[in-house]
Design a protein around this ligand. Structure first.
Ligand SMILES: O=P(O)(O)OC[C@H]1O[C@H](OP(=O)(O)OP(=O)(O)O)[C@H](O)[C@@H]1O
Ligand SMILES: Nc1ncnc2[nH]cnc12
Length: 179
């Protein structure tokens, strides 16, 4: 493993039985509190986004905002928040999706995306892949192109990569860590 990946992994805290019994929650707050680790993560994600030709970053509420916004600034491209339903003030596109139990809905301001945009989705965790999959649908429905999805970590045992695969339509899914 590279030095950067080791540093990032060492700053992720496992919290047992949160938010439900049997779940191991991957807490990124120690990483955010360490400027060397947060900077290394931001720089690495910005490099990946530019390598894949991104002209916009989409961050997924809420932890995807914390990572996506500095990545957009570092890469010199715009940032678009994808929010949980009911939070954005303007005209929105909405996308419902299934969670492990129940369902959820996310939204974007469609007018901030255009056919000229190649969008990289940034988030901390790929778990079941439902949130990322819904975000790709929103981006395409807004008329923009998908540059890919970049996450800090992939929880491989939940099968998110397989769920996301059709919606990627050949675009890359980059996960810095497999946990
Ligand atoms: O792959 P999935 O099964 O869709 O899960 C991954 C999503 O779950 C978490 O967000 P959450 O909805 O818990 O929101 P938060 O960032 O506000 O805590 C995480 O930050 C991802 O966005
Ligand atoms: N186990 C987990 N830890 C942190 N964020 C998550 N989002 C979905 N599952 C998660």
């Amino acid at each position: 493993m590279t030095d950067i990946k080791e540093l990032l992994l060492s700053r992720i805290r496992d919290v047992a039985d949160y938010p439900a019994p049997g779940v191991v929650f991957k807490d990124i707050t120690p990483l955010l509190a360490d400027p060397a680790a947060f900077t290394a993560l931001t720089d690495t994600l910005a490099e990946l986004a530019l390598e894949h030709g991104a002209t916009k970053i989409v961050g997924l509420e809420a932890r995807g905002f914390i990572l996506g916004a500095p990545v957009a600034v570092r890469a010199g491209v715009g940032f678009i928040p994808v929010r949980k339903a009911g939070k954005l003030p303007g005209a929105t596109l909405s996308q419902a999706y299934d969670l492990e139990y129940g369902s959820a809905e996310i939204e974007v301001h469609a007018e901030d995306l255009s056919a000229a945009d190649r969008v990289m989705v940034i988030d901390d965790v790929l778990a079941t892949g439902g949130t990322a999959e819904a975000s790709l649908r929103l981006i395409r429905r807004a008329g923009a192109q998908v540059a890919g999805v970049c996450v800090l970590m992939e929880l491989g045992f939940l099968g998110g990569r397989a769920r996301l695969e059709p919606a990627l339509e050949g675009a890359p899914l980059e996960a810095l860590l497999q946990v």
